[in-house]
Design a protein around this ligand. Structure first.
Ligand code: ZN
Length: 438
């Protein structure tokens, strides 16, 4: 007797991202109640299950949905707003003034929705966000079904979301209380950077994070300038200062990390922190190059993020994987550094580990949520296929993403978003472009 289930997906290739990181050929996945209940060969699944819906992806590679481990989703409204500038000029003279003027609940909700449409269409099923009005990020994510880790931003200085560090923490905790029971929403504290948050609030965050079992995400060592200034002002490198304040542990996600010396890497490895690599943003802002080879050798978990659309300028995880692989090679002088398989693992399971949600998603394994992405490799740009993973990383584009599921919910079918109206997204973008021009 075959078991009745929701969906069967058969694919030419499956990259599971589990411990073996193997590529299965002519396998399939059984899904029920949003979760993966079986991974097996076609004929076994056919005889064991009868599904309400069946997908035959005969030219496709099926991978875990990408986890964009660092972004500021609402900043999609500022995509292309200021370009070809170094980090501090870009932030202080363009981005912060525009946000100061236009930031609102509507800005965050609509910008996040636009970003979610872009992410889902490109195969991303989870994003780790850091922005203001985090309840709006949560609302936009809940309205679409994408998984998210909402960062509770903390700064010393006032914005439209908070007055001072204590106020950001209080408001953040209210949002956490309001949404913590939703299975697709997780939270972390998000102190912006070592140079924007002082010691007292950082100590408070360390205590609260361990009491509430929350992770912490923070921009770290983004540029050499940041490290040099910190040495001048505090006498310590930022990572060493955070260690002294009690922030470093496996709950800590260090975003960027381009300016690292041997002691930084040793400290990061000893404390078990996660590194969130954002190569395209680092290149565009000329911030620096994260030493992936040394980080890898130290055994530090690497996740991959795009950063916000205003400094990338897209949320394309397939493009980010390619940039990450290529930059690691030229940065280290080693062609075998950050292989296609390693970079695909960073874009999936590495992200889930960094966010502390690897029990839920990040690989194609029995018991995990069915967060999945199928890429059609029949396109002439990805022919012939000797190795589907290298083809995905080095040759494919996100326009080849044909199907996407979040918790078993079909989000993209035959290259089209099923539940988000793209014309509405274009109207949102037009509306805000007109406003921001002034
Ligand atoms: Zn960032």
């Amino acid at each position: 007797m075959s078991q009745s289930i929701d969906q069967l997906i058969f694919a030419k290739w499956i990259f599971t991202a589990d411990h073996n990181s193997e590529v299965l050929e002519n396998y399939g996945i059984a899904i029920h109640d949003g979760k993966i209940i079986d991974v097996d060969q076609h004929e076994n699944l056919k005889s064991n299950y009868s599904a309400k819906q069946e997908f035959n992806l005969t030219e496709h590679i099926l991978v875990p949905g990408f986890i964009n481990a660092h972004t500021h989703a609402a900043m999609n409204l500022l995509k292309g707003y200021a370009n070809d500038l170094p980090l501090m000029t870009w932030l202080e003279q363009h981005i912060w003034p525009a946000e100061g003027k236009w930031m609102s609940d509507e800005f965050v909700y609509q910008g996040t929705k636009l970003a979610i449409a872009e992410m889902l269409k490109g195969g991303t099923t989870c994003f780790n966000d850091m922005y203001f009005m985090p309840h709006q990020t949560a609302e936009a994510a809940l309205d679409t079904g994408i998984r998210t880790n909402v960062g509770l931003t903390v700064l010393d200085f006032p914005t439209k979301w908070g007055k001072d560090a204590d106020d950001y923490i209080t408001k953040g905790l209210e949002v956490y209380d309001q949404y913590k029971h939703h299975p697709t929403i997780n939270f972390s504290f998000a102190p912006h950077a070592p140079y924007t948050v002082s010691d007292e609030p950082l100590k408070k965050i360390a205590t609260l994070a361990s009491q509430l079992d929350l992770t912490i995400q923070m921009h770290m060592h983004e540029t050499q300038h940041e490290v040099t200034e910190a040495l001048k002002n505090t006498g310590q490198r930022p990572l060493a200062r955070l260690h002294q304040l009690g922030l470093l542990s496996p709950r800590f996600q260090a975003v960027h990390m381009t300016a690292l010396d041997e002691q930084d890497i040793e400290l990061a490895a000893n404390e078990g922190i996660h590194l969130i690599h954002c190569p395209e943003s680092n290149m565009k802002l000329a911030s620096g190059i994260c030493p992936i080879d040394a980080v890898n050798q130290a055994g530090i978990n690497i996740a991959l993020g795009t950063d916000g659309s205003a400094s990338n300028n897209d949320l394309d995880m397939i493009g980010e994987m390619r940039s990450a692989a290529l930059l690691a090679k030229v940065g280290s002088g080693k062609a075998d550094c950050f292989s296609a398989k390693q970079v695909l693992a960073a874009a999936t399971l590495g992200g889930a580990k960094a966010l502390g949600i690897d029990e839920l998603c990040g690989s194609i394994e029995q018991g995990k949520f069915a967060d999945l992405c199928a890429v059609d490799l029949s396109h002439i740009a990805t022919q012939p296929v000797f190795d589907p993973v290298s083809q995905l990383v080095y040759s494919a584009s996100r326009d080849q993403v044909s199907h996407v599921w979040t918790s078993g919910k079909l989000q993209v079918e035959n290259f089209k978003l099923k539940h988000i109206d793209e014309n509405e997204c274009r109207s949102i973008a037009d509306h805000w472009r007109e406003k921001l021009k002034n």
